[in-house]
Ligand binder design. Structure first.
Ligand code: NAP
Length: 269
């Protein structure tokens, strides 16, 4: 039996175990998926220990995505993003990947949204914002990054090909954009808050909200009212997990089964 898991702090209510275990059951992979919650200071020991114990793969979440970068051999995309959310243990130094990026592009593709040639606004310049900005630029979009702390958006824009960045006034670009990603935590557990004023939203826009608690955020509700295509955060969560499953097992992921398990967990949480 193989052991996979999630390392983060906290990881208490994570939806990843039911999502991955449903995939193992559907594909006949003999594996379990468990959660690990080390102290921040113990992350290097935790990764080395998992490797020594023969753990096959780990997902990585807050607050460890950047810490883990120097503990693994990151692929070029994870290195550019500056964060690892998936580790594959094999022989030698563990390999690190960032499947949040694929979670963003695959979520839009799943909803029929063309990213090549699109004008995209990413709000947020933390871990999710970095993954979204690189993913969209690599898919052929022109990316504009809006962040509360303008300097972080400007720094990110300087390394993402063709991107611009600034403070929240950059949100005015949403009016002419094709694609919008909320990669801030605004709206999480706070249904009255939104990162983007409704006045900017319009019918030619596709909106992905990385927030998935709640699934229907104020941003997505107002985007739907404006006639936009809406993509909730569970799609990003699902499709980063699909990408990790495929990296680890080399199999096609049972996407529908994983989606059902994920949404059942989120609706009970
Ligand atoms: P992070 O690295 O801590 O970044 C947080 C971002 O939110 C920063 O850009 C921050 O701006 C901004 N922000 C926070 N509070 C704000 C406020 N009141 N007004 C305006 N901006 C604010 O976090 P992260 O890892 O990128 O995660 C961001 C969100 O994405 C979280 O809700 C997380 O759950 C979600 N996420 C979802 C998935 C998925 O698969 N669906 C994957 C990853 C993350 P400053 O720079 O100015 O502080």
């Amino acid at each position: 039996m193989q052991v996979y898991g999630l390392v983060g702090n906290p990881v208490g209510h994570s939806a990843s175990p039911p999502m991955h275990e449903a995939a193992y059951e559907a594909t006949g992979v003999d594996a379990r998926y468990v959660t690990f919650e080390p102290e921040r200071s113990a992350i290097a020991d935790a990764i080395a220990g998992a490797d020594a114990l023969g753990v096959a793969g780990l997902n990585v979440t807050i607050p460890f995505k950047r810490d883990v970068l120097e503990l693994v051999d990151p692929d070029p995309l994870a290195e550019r993003i500056g964060a690892v959310n998936t580790i594959d243990f094999g022989t030698g130094k563990p390999n690190g990947y960032n499947t949040d990026a694929a979670g963003v592009t695959r979520a839009f593709e799943h909803h029929g949204v063309e990213l090549d040639g699109a004008d995209a606004v990413v709000v947020g310049a933390g871990g999710a914002g970095r993954a979204a900005a690189f993913a969209l630029a690599d898919a052929g979009s022109t990316v504009h990054i809006a962040n509360r702390t303008a300097a972080k958006a400007e720094e990110l824009a300087s390394v993402v090909p063709g991107a611009t960045g600034g403070g929240l006034e950059t949100l005015e670009r949403v009016g002419d954009a094709d694609v919008l990603v909320n990669a801030t935590s605004v709206g999480m557990e706070a249904p009255t808050e939104t990162p983007v004023p409704a006045a900017h939203l319009h019918a030619d826009l596709a909106v992905l909200d990385a927030v998935y608690t709640p699934l229907e955020t104020r941003l997505l509700r107002e985007a739907a009212d404006a006639g936009a295509v809406t993509v909730d955060g569970a799609w990003m969560l699902l499709l980063q997990g699909v990408e990790a499953f495929e990296l680890w097992t080399g199999l096609d992921a049972p996407v529908d089964v994983m989606n059902e398990a994920l949404r059942a967990h989120l609706s009970n949480d």
